[in-house]
Design a protein around this ligand. Structure first.
Ligand SMILES: Nc1ncnc2c1ncn2[C@@H]1O[C@H](COP(=O)(O)OP(=O)(O)OP(=O)(O)O)[C@@H](O)[C@H]1O
Ligand SMILES: O=P(O)(O)OC[C@H]1O[C@H](OP(=O)(O)OP(=O)(O)O)[C@H](O)[C@@H]1O
Ligand SMILES: [Mg+2]
Length: 387
């Protein structure tokens, strides 16, 4: 966070009691809560429309970076980076797309300033740095990586030993105007909003770039508000989550600038293509194709037998094809080949059910893509845009 951001007032934000913020890792200073916000300035129209390329922001580092590149590769949208130290790259499959590697929070800021059109980041980052700005539109809200939760945690020991819920924390007599609950966090927009919505009045916030879990043991904070996935870091620092203390469940999302979608030529079409590829890939990873042979008197009779089993209905019912053989000079179909998609989780049950109704020669193959009819997310996007 730059100093210029800290000095810019945000009158629309909740004004909490003052808090501490570290501008560098080790420097802690006291600032008013109303100042701890990213400034979402108005989009500069001229700048947005000046360029023809469509810009996609990808995380330049951290745990989201590799997973985002892997996802795009799985969607046949591999990113071609001439030099790993360069911040710009291309996706040959998407002509006119320019990829920019940025820190996740800068992706959100640059979507708001009109310097990026689309971005892949965690929902936590969109919520914190997007601050409910209506120019940000979630195109895909569940990309199935980067799963974590933004959660409030307190020490397991001392005055917190018997505190297990947000309600109990709020009711502790220790928190007063003079001696508020001190929360260390990097989420200075979502934190105060959550506390206000939950009726915690006497709270101050301090922030640091990392290792927040150390703050309670160092005596700098009473509680922390940070991302949790396995819970190991909390456990190893003698901290615990509490009931009602989860602010947000997060995973990677595709976010777009409303203005770009509406005004920049080609952005909506490109977003449609990316969305279709993402959906086709994500739908397929949970499924297997199952083929089997089955004896039967007709395709309908075989289909009826398959549909009598709960795990075998497939995505849109089974495909049943006759297998023709010649016997006694006559061509006839005594066998049928069936093809269905089954969820990976239900694989063994499906095989058992297939066998129970006479299936044999069961073959299982992975599925790469499922292109279904128009995705509901596309219709939702058009409706959010009023189109
Ligand atoms: N422990 C975690 N498990 C899973 N996903 C996480 C975890 N921590 C963060 N994330 C997700 O990954 C995103 C990027 O986190 P990451 O730690 O890589 O970068 P950062 O915290 O912005 O950078 P840095 O850690 O260097 O300050 C987060 O915004 C969140 O969506
Ligand atoms: O529940 P866990 O699986 O233990 O993960 C939680 C930790 O992961 C993140 O830190 P990160 O590794 O990104 O380090 P950072 O503090 O430098 O951001 C987060 O800030 C927590 O400290
Ligand atoms: Mg981190």
């Amino acid at each position: 966070m730059s100093l210029s951001m800290l000095s810019a007032p945000m009158p629309s934000l909740p004004v909490f009691s003052s808090s501490y913020i570290s501008v560098k890792r080790t420097v802690w200073c006291r600032v008013s809560q109303s100042q701890v916000a990213v400034v979402n300035g108005p989009v500069d129209d001229a700048r947005v429309l000046e360029r023809n390329e469509i810009r996609i922001g990808l995380p330049s580092k951290g745990r989201m970076a590799a997973d985002t590149l892997d996802l795009l590769k799985d969607c046949q949208l591999s990113v071609k980076q001439v030099n790993p130290r360069q911040y710009v790259a291309e996706i040959p499959q998407l002509s006119n797309a320019e990829v920019w590697f940025q820190r996740p929070k800068d992706i959100v800021r640059k979507l708001l300033s009109g310097d990026l059109d689309l971005g892949f980041v965690g929902l936590d980052t969109v919520s914190e740095y997007g601050q409910d700005n209506e120019d940000l539109i979630l195109v895909h809200d569940a990309l199935e990586y980067g799963d974590c939760r933004l959660s409030l945690a307190i020490p397991k020991y001392g005055i917190f030993e018997n505190i297990n819920s947000l309600k109990e924390l709020a009711q502790m007599p220790q928190w007063t105007y003079e001696k508020p609950l001190r929360v260390a966090t990097g989420f200075n927009y979502l934190g105060p909003k959550f506390m206000r919505e939950n009726g915690l009045k006497h709270v101050t916030f301090s922030t640091a770039d990392g290792a927040l879990e150390a703050a309670p043991a160092m005596g700098i904070a009473d509680a922390i508000l940070d991302l949790v996935s396995s819970g190991t870091t909390l456990r190893e620092n003698n901290l615990k989550e509490i009931e009602g203390g989860i602010l947000l469940e997060s995973q990677a999302v595709l976010v777009a600038s409303r203005k770009s979608l509406i005004e920049r030529k080609g952005t909506l079409d490109m977003t449609h293509e990316i969305l279709e590829r993402l959906e086709a890939h994500l739908r397929a990873i949970g499924q297997f194709t199952v083929t089997a042979n089955m004896r039967g008197s007709s395709a309908e009779e075989v289909a009826e037998r398959i549909l009598s089993q709960p795990s075998l209905s497939g995505l849109q019912g089974p495909t049943v094809s006759p297998v023709f053989c010649k016997s006694d000079g006559r061509v006839a179909a005594d066998y049928y080949a069936i093809v269905i998609c089954v969820p990976k989780k239900a694989l063994y049950k499906s095989v058992q059910q297939l066998r129970a109704i006479g299936g044999s020669g069961v073959l299982i193959s992975p599925l790469t893509y499922i292109f279904d009819e128009e995705t509901p997310r596309w219709r939702e996007l058009l409706s959010k845009l009023g189109l």
